[in-house]
Ligand binder design. Structure first.
Ligand code: CO
Length: 144
C-alpha cells in the first residue's frame, strides 16, 4: 500500500486577533508572512508563514457567522486543522470515502496560495479536522 500523505503541508491555527497573531509568528519564525488572503465565501482571512517546506496558517474570522467564529467562541485561540499534501485530492477523498471515513467535501475546492483543498471530518483522524491539499494545476505560475 502506497503512503497516502506526502508531507504535512501546513498546520492551521484559529486566532481571535489576526494582526496580533501575525506579530507573534513574525517574531517566532523570524520572517514576514509569505501570503495573506481573505476568503469572503468562508468568512475567513488566512495568513501563511513558511517553515522549511511546511507552513503555519493563521486563520481569523471576518464575520460573526463564519465557521471559524463559531470555533473561536467554543475553543478560543487553538489548533484548528492539520493539512497533508496529497498527489490528488479527489482520488484521496474517494479512497477515504470507500474506507467509510467521513469527508466534509465531496470534491476539491480552491484554497489559499494556489492549492486545491478538501476537508475530512475530525472523526476520521482521531479528533483533528484534517485538510488534504495539492498544488492547483490551473494556478501554477500564478504569483502567491
Ligand atoms: Co488550511
Amino acid at each position: 500500500m502506497a503512503p497516502t500523505f506526502s508531507r504535512i503541508d501546513h498546520v492551521g491555527i484559529a486566532v481571535r486577533d489576526l494582526d496580533a497573531a501575525v506579530d507573534v509568528y513574525r517574531r517566532l519564525t523570524g520572517a514576514e508572512p509569505a501570503h495573506r488572503q481573505r476568503v469572503d465565501s468562508d468568512g475567513i482571512e488566512a495568513v501563511m508563514f513558511e517553515v522549511g517546506e511546511s507552513r503555519i496558517e493563521l486563520l481569523g474570522s471576518t464575520r460573526d457567522d463564519s465557521k471559524i467564529a463559531g470555533f473561536l467562541v467554543k475553543r478560543g485561540n487553538a489548533l484548528h486543522h492539520v493539512a497533508y499534501g496529497v498527489a490528488d485530492v479527489q482520488q484521496t477523498l474517494d479512497q477515504f470515502t470507500a474506507m467509510g471515513l467521513q469527508v466534509l467535501d465531496s470534491c476539491p475546492r480552491r484554497g489559499a496560495a494556489g492549492r486545491l483543498v478538501a476537508f475530512m471530518h475530525p472523526s476520521a483522524a482521531a479528533g483533528v479536522l484534517t485538510e488534504l491539499c495539492q498544488p492547483d494545476p490551473e494556478a501554477a505560475g500564478e504569483h502567491r
